[in-house]
Design a protein. Structure first.
Length: 311
C-alpha cells in the first residue's frame, strides 16, 4: 500500500487563500452556475453536555465534503471560539480525501461572504453607514465582507459587554474607518445592519429602519431563536439561502410564518437574487436571513484547496 498523507490547510492558509472579494465572488459564481441550495442535506445537530455537535455534508460535480463542528456557548468566557471543528474535502468521483481545513476560519469567512454576496445585490450602491450587533468573530468578518462590496465609512458597534466592545473598537484604530460605540438610535441612520449575535429575541425595533436599509442576520439557526422582529420581516423584501432551510431553522422566518404574519411564498432565495429574479423595491428595507448551509462550506473549501495547491 502507498502511504498518502491528507494535506492540512491551517487557519492562516485558509485566510490567505480566500480574500473576502474572492470568497464573495465564489459564492455568487456557484449560484449563477446552477448550484441548487434546496438540495443540501439538512444539518444534523446532536446535543452534548457542553453544547452541540453539528454534521454538515454536501456535494457538487467536483467535490464532496463534510464539516464537523462543535458549538460550545460557554467557550467565549474561556477565551475559546464558540464554534470549532474541521472540514474534510473529498474528490466527488472517488471520494478520496483531498484536504482537511480549519473549520473555524472557513466558517468565519463563508458566513460573512454569503452575507456580502446578498448585500452586494440588495444594498444601496453608496451605503456607507453600518451598524453591527455583536463583537465576536462574525462581527469582525462582516465588517470586512461588507466593506468589500460597499464604500463603508462609519461603523457603530452595539454590544452588551462593554469591555469586549472596547477591544473590538481598538482593532480598527488604523483601519481608515470611523468605528465607535453605538446605541439603538444608530439603527435609524444605518444603510446596513449586521446582526451577529447569540441573541434569542429581537435586537431592535424594526420600525426604526430607514426604507433604504439592508439587514443581514446570521446569528441563529434554531426555530425558537431570532435576532429580528416581525416588523422588520413584514416591512422588508426577505431573501433566504433556501426556503427549505429557512422554514426549518430560521426563527426569524419560522415564527412570523407560524403567527400568520408571513407567507412562505413571500420569500426569495439567494439563488434567485444572484440570477436576477428578485424584483427591486427601493421603497422598503431588505432583509437577508442566513442559517449557514453546507453548500457554502463546500464551495469555499474547494476554492481554498485549489488556491493552496496552486501555491
Amino acid at each position: 500500500m502507498t502511504d498518502r498523507t491528507t494535506p492540512v490547510i491551517a487557519a492562516g492558509e485558509v485566510r490567505s487563500a480566500l480574500p473576502m472579494r474572492v470568497a464573495v465572488a465564489a459564492v455568487q459564481e456557484a449560484l449563477r452556475d446552477g448550484l441548487d441550495p434546496e438540495t443540501d442535506p439538512a444539518r444534523t445537530a446532536v446535543p452534548v453536555g457542553a453544547g452541540q455537535l453539528l454534521l454538515m455534508p454536501a456535494q457538487s460535480s467536483r467535490y464532496a465534503g463534510v464539516k464537523i463542528a462543535s458549538v460550545a456557548p460557554d467557550n467565549p468566557a474561556r477565551g475559546l471560539p464558540r464554534i470549532q471543528g474541521a472540514y474534510l474535502l473529498l474528490d466527488a468521483v472517488t471520494l478520496t480525501p483531498l484536504a482537511i481545513l480549519d473549520a473555524v476560519e472557513l466558517t468565519a469567512i463563508r458566513t460573512a461572504a454569503v452575507s456580502a454576496a446578498a448585500a452586494d445585490l440588495l444594498a444601496e450602491p453608496d451605503a456607507a453607514r453600518l451598524v453591527v450587533f455583536g463583537t465576536g468573530p462574525q462581527a469582525h468578518s462582516h465588517v470586512e465582507a461588507l466593506r468589500s462590496v460597499r464604500p463603508l465609512r462609519h461603523v457603530a458597534v452595539i454590544a452588551r459587554d462593554e469591555q469586549r466592545r472596547e477591544e473590538f473598537l481598538r482593532r480598527y484604530e488604523d483601519s481608515g474607518l470611523v468605528v465607535e460605540a453605538g446605541d439603538l438610535g444608530a439603527v435609524s441612520g444605518a444603510d446596513l445592519v449586521a446582526c451577529c449575535t447569540t441573541a434569542r429575541t429581537p435586537l431592535f425595533d424594526g420600525s426604526r429602519l430607514a426604507d433604504h436599509a439592508t439587514v443581514v442576520a446570521v446569528g441563529s439557526h434554531e426555530p425558537d431563536a431570532r435576532e429580528v422582529d416581525e416588523v422588520t420581516v413584514r416591512r422588508s423584501t426577505v431573501v433566504v439561502e433556501a426556503r427549505s432551510a429557512a422554514l426549518r431553522e430560521a426563527g426569524d422566518i419560522v415564527q412570523p410564518v407560524l403567527a400568520g404574519k408571513l407567507s412562505p411564498d413571500e420569500l426569495f432565495t439567494l439563488a434567485e437574487l444572484v440570477r436576477g429574479g428578485v424584483p427591486a423595491d427601493r421603497d422598503r428595507p431588505r432583509l437577508f436571513k442566513s442559517v449557514g448551509m453546507a453548500w457554502e462550506d463546500l464551495v469555499l473549501a474547494g476554492a481554498a484547496y485549489e488556491a493552496t495547491m496552486r501555491g
